[in-house]
Structure formats: structure tokens, C-alpha cells
Design a protein around this ligand. Structure first.
Ligand code: ADP
Ligand code: MG
Length: 267
């Protein structure tokens, strides 16, 4: 990476409370251009809230959200999207009555947004539609109606839709939830391959640690709203605080008294 390369994302001391409950507290980390980074942590750690703060769904109470070196703090999802932050796997992302090709074509519309081209939808034969379909392995399903696709294939359509906006940062919150192990692996491999080709960065959450350690170049660990560890997968795997959170008291309630957490576990 060149010295003047601005990170795709930098969070600086970002905090968010819900009615006094500190869901995210003083979170700082960055994602380099083109980096594949996992955000992990037990349920309730604050991962999804962090994603919502990054893509403008939520405004931070404090701190800054920098995208490509620009301060995007407090801007909404549309502004973030225009600035290169895409998010996959929201339920509403596909039109179930349209074909795979049509879904991808619609996603390509805003990319070519000029007063003259905005209304002209790319056809199924458009080169960009084809190359996106190819990148997510859907070439042979172009004419299938999205509503009839298997779950894993629908996820691929959603990935293609997110990539259509040519993001600098792709946010994937539990992209493989509900998928079988082999499918999970295949989807992440596709996403990582497509991102590498475009020099886009990925920030993803994932419960399957095998998937995390195989694909992430860096891992950020959250617990109870804070970042408790960060580093290369090998570093994280052996990190005492991470082992504590995952092996010791994964099920402990949030904001539990400190005492409870430090008591030795019963055999
Ligand atoms: P994760 O994605 O790591 O499981 P979340 O970011 O979804 O964690 O949630 C972090 C904490 O914030 C949880 O305790 C959750 O109940 C709480 N939380 C999240 N969103 C809201 C909200 N809109 N209102 C109140 N509490 C919320
Ligand atoms: Mg979550």
C-alpha cells in the first residue's frame, strides 16, 4: 500500500447508546483499501450496531466515521452508498418477480446515473450484467425468476447487486447465516475473489470461525460494545481475552457484574 493511501474506512472513538445502554463505546479501527477484515464477537457485542453506524443507518453519539479519508459522520445511508459503502444481504435487496439478469440490471442503474441514461435500464445482454453474473457464478441462472432460486443462489444475486455499485467497502453482516457449511465457504470465497478483483475492501461478521480464519487478513474482536483485540488471524486465535470471551463466558449477560465474570467456572 502506498504511503498516501487513505483507508477505505476509519472509525475514530465512535460511541452509540440506546436509552442509556452503551451498545458501542469508543470504537476505533480502520480497514485499509482492499483489505478483507472480520468483525467478530459474541451476540450482543455491538457488531450490527457498528455496521449501522458505518453505513449511516445510525448516527454516532460521539466520534467520527471516515470513508476514503472523507468525514462522513452523521450522513445518511444514501450519502454513504454514493461514497462507496455497500451493504449486502438485506432481505429486501432482490425483486422476487424479476429474473436474475433483471435484478442485476436494476442494480446497475444508479452507476450510470446521468439525466439521459438514468431511465435506460441495461439489457440482459449488457456486458456489465454478464460480468457481474459471472463473478458470482450465476451465468446459467440469468433467466430464472429470483423468487424461485435456492437460498444460496439468492445470496449470490444479492452479492452481485452490492458489487454493481462499485463499492470501495462492502459490509457483510452475517452473510452466510442459515447456509450449510460448504455453501458458506463458497459464498465467502466468491465475495473475497470479487472484492480482490475490484480492489474493494470487505468488513464482515461471521459466526463460523473456520470461515473467519480462512478468509480474513485481519480480525477485530468486540465484546460488550468495545474492541477488545485486533490483529492477524493467528494472533487473534491465541489471544487470551478472545479465548476468555469465546470459551469462558460467551453466554454471560451484557453488563453483568464484574464479579460473575471472574468467578471460576464449575466443572
Ligand atoms: P451484535 O450484532 O454483535 O449481536 P448488536 O449491535 O445487534 O450486537 O446489539 C448490541 C446491543 O445493543 C444489544 O444488547 C442489543 O440488544 C442492543 N441494541 C441494538 N440495537 C438496539 C436498538 N435499536 N434499541 C435498543 N437496543 C439496541
Ligand atoms: Mg448482529
Amino acid at each position: 500500500m502506498s504511503l498516501d493511501a487513505k483507508p477505505a474506512l476509519a472509525l475514530q472513538d465512535v460511541s452509540k447508546s440506546f436509552a442509556g445502554f452503551r451498545a458501542v463505546e469508543d470504537v476505533s479501527f480502520s480497514v485499509a483499501q482492499g483489505a478483507i477484515v472480520a468483525l467478530i464477537g459474541p451476540n450482543g457485542a455491538g457488531k450490527t450496531t457498528t455496521f449501522n453506524l458505518i453505513n449511516g443507518q445510525l448516527r454516532p453519539d460521539r466520534g467520527r466515521v471516515m470513508v476514503g479519508g472523507d468525514d462522513m459522520t452523521g450522513r445518511g445511508p444514501k450519502a454513504l452508498w454514493h461514497h462507496g459503502v455497500a451493504r449486502t444481504f438485506q432481505i429486501t435487496a432482490t425483486f422476487s418477480s424479476m429474473t436474475v439478469a433483471e435484478n442485476i440490471a436494476v442494480a446497475l442503474l444508479p452507476v450510470a446515473a446521468s439525466p439521459w441514461s438514468a431511465r435506460r435500464m441495461p439489457t440482459r445482454d449488457d456486458k456489465r450484467v454478464h460480468s457481474l453474473a459471472r463473478d458470482v457464478g450465476l451465468t446459467n441462472l440469468m433467466d430464472r425468476v429470483a423468487g424461485t432460486l435456492a437460498y444460496g443462489d439468492l445470496k449470490r444475486v444479492e452479492l452481485a447487486i452490492a458489487l454493481a455499485s462499485e463499492p470501495r467497502l462492502l459490509l457483510m453482516d452475517e452473510p452466510t447465516a442459515g447456509m450449510a457449511a460448504a455453501e458458506r465457504e463458497a459464498l465467502m470465497a466468491l465475495a473475497v475473489g470479487a472484492a480482490r478483483e475490484r480492489k474493494a475492501a470487505i468488513l464482515f461478521t461471521e459466526h463460523d470461525m473456520g470461515v473467519v480464519f480462512r478468509h480474513a487478513e485481519r480480525v477485530i474482536v468486540m465484546s460488550a460494545g468495545r474492541v477488545i483485540a485486533e490483529g492477524a488471524p493467528d494472533h487473534i486465535r491465541e489471544h487470551p481475552a478472545v479465548r476468555e470471551v469465546y470459551l469462558g463466558r460467551t453466554k454471560a449477560p451484557r453488563n453483568a457484574s464484574h464479579q460473575t465474570g471472574t468467578e471460576p467456572r464449575q466443572p
